[in-house]
Ligand binder design. Structure first.
Ligand code: ARG
Length: 461
């Protein structure tokens, strides 16, 4: 293959070797080759339909590009740093293969609209795959929620025992976070799906191109409205990274809970051995490495969002070489996000719930104190007074080292004379969760209904 630079016309001196390596992007942007070739094929077809290329030239270009794609697929394509990036490597190989017609492919376009188109095409597919990854994880959560609708655990605020909840309800909270994440990605994909091609270097082109036709060939919603914006816009990349950062933030919170719950002190769950590792020095250890690593990876994804924002903030219109720096953060975001979602979806079904331990924990820490206050309110005590009475009862229990349900009826009546036998049903864990029986509440019936609604939502996909 000829390594002659495609832009060398006005230059007398060769590029400094280090500058060449420093400015090249082929090492990482070769990953876009399928999309670069798809974009070029659509461009050639459009040029031919508009009478700018002959049919024979178009056919030669399309066949030539398809052969190059096969060679790259097979790993036998000789990428060259001298040819700087994926676009010039492919174009140069095309001209080597088919001659004269190859040199015509770049008519009416620039690498500026080309690269902006490639990234959008690539990211559109990746987003679709990530959304499927989220869906798989959501399905795993629904199954876990369904198995554990009656499993009672303490619910926390400030990581202090607050009120009893069910494990199924907790899983459905995670489901909802991910449902918003999936929606955000769909929004991002919709906004991104406009085509830069035809903007050329920055101002459009003098050829009678048909941008609606190429947009249709590439599955874009429409051509981008403004050529300057089309070549320079990377907000779609930032928007995606922001959505990615939110997903990782959610996975990190979920990881944190798995880590806490699997500690000996909580012992609410057991993670499967395949997601943990041992210690080289402490024989007793089973470390929750997978959730820890996902929690850690959230940091680099947040970093990519900041990189991309900073990359764009000082750029005047239109294209600047700075934009070449958009790819590595995006690629890393996508890879780590897909990996984290996949491993989470595998990990969830393999979680063993230690129901007795959760229940024992819910029995400690006065989780049903609010239920006692609500009971008093139903009998006519204003809520603030009820709160005070129960606070005193709790203080008495702390003194005695027992739970509210362990106090005798007489002891309870000393705090509020109206209390009768029925109070003990209110103080049970089952009574407490069952009483939160409205949409969004933790009652097992409500969780079952929430699971059914969630299934309907997913089925509409
Ligand atoms: N490798 C470049 C990028 O990733 C392609 C566009 C280069 N355009 C230019 N005029 N130098 O952004």
């Amino acid at each position: 293959m000829s390594d002659k630079k495609l832009w060398s016309g006005r230059f007398n001196q060769p590029t400094d070797a280090f500058v060449e390596a420093f400015t090249a992007s082929v090492e990482f942007d070769q990953r876009l080759y399928r999309y670069d070739i798809a974009g070029s094929i659509a461009h050639a077809r459009m040029l031919s339909r508009a009478g700018i290329l002959s049919e024979q030239e178009c056919d030669a270009i399309v066949t030539g590009l398809e052969r190059i794609r096969d060679r790259i697929d097979q790993g036998s394509f000789p990428w060259s740093v001298e040819l700087e990036d994926v676009h010039m490597n492919i174009e140069s190989a095309l001209t080597d293969a088919i001659g004269y017609a190859g040199k015509k492919l770049h008519t009416g376009r620039s690498r500026n609209d080309q690269v902006a188109t490639d990234i959008r095409l690539w990211l559109r597919d990746e987003i679709a795959e990530i959304r499927r990854g989220i869906l798989t994880l959501q399905q795993a959560l629904l199954e876990s929620a369904e198995r554990e609708t009656e499993t009672i655990m303490p619910g926390f605020t400030h990581l202090q025992t607050a009120q009893p909840i069910t494990f199924g309800h907790h899983m459905m909270a995670w489901f909802e976070m991910l449902e918003r994440d999936r929606g955000r990605l769909a929004d991002c994909s919709r906004r991104m799906n406009v085509m830069p091609l035809g903007a050329a270097a920055l101002a459009g082109t003098t050829y009678p191109i048909d941008r609606h036709y190429s947009a249709q060939l590439l599955g874009f919603e429409r051509p981008a409205e403004n050529s300057l914006d089309a070549v320079s816009d990377r907000d779609f990349a930032i928007e995606f990274s922001a959505a990615a950062a939110l997903i990782m933030m959610h996975l990190s919170r979920m990881s944190e809970e798995l880590i806490i719950w699997s500690s000996a002190q909580f012992a609410f769950i057991e993670l499967s051995d395949s997601f943990c590792t041992g210690s080289s020095i402490m024989p007793q250890k089973k470390n929750p490495d997978v959730p820890e690593l996902i929690r850690g990876k959230s940091g680099r994804i947040f970093g990519h969002l900041i990189s991309l924002l900073t990359l764009m903030k000082g750029q005047p219109l239109a294209y600047n070489k700075d934009n070449q720096e958009d790819k590595e953060p995006l690629f890393d975001c996508v890879d780590n996000l897909k990996g984290s979602l996949r491993i989470f979806a595998d990990m969830i079904p393999a979680i063993h719930c230690r129901r007795e331990n959760m229940r024992a924990a819910a029995l400690k820490g006065f989780a049903t104190a609010t239920d006692l206050a609500d009971y008093l309110v139903r009998r006519g005590t204003p809520f603030r007074d009820a709160h005070e009475v129960v606070g005193k009862a709790v203080a008495r229990c702390v003194e005695k080292g027992c739970d509210l349900a362990d106090l005798t009826l007489q002891e309870l009546q000393a705090f509020s004379p109206g209390i009768d036998e029925k109070v003990f049903t209110v103080l049970t864990l089952e009574g407490s969760v069952a009483a939160r029986n409205h949409i969004g509440g933790t009652a097992p019936d409500q969780v079952r209904a929430a699971i059914a609604r969630a299934r309907d939502r997913l089925a509409q996909e």
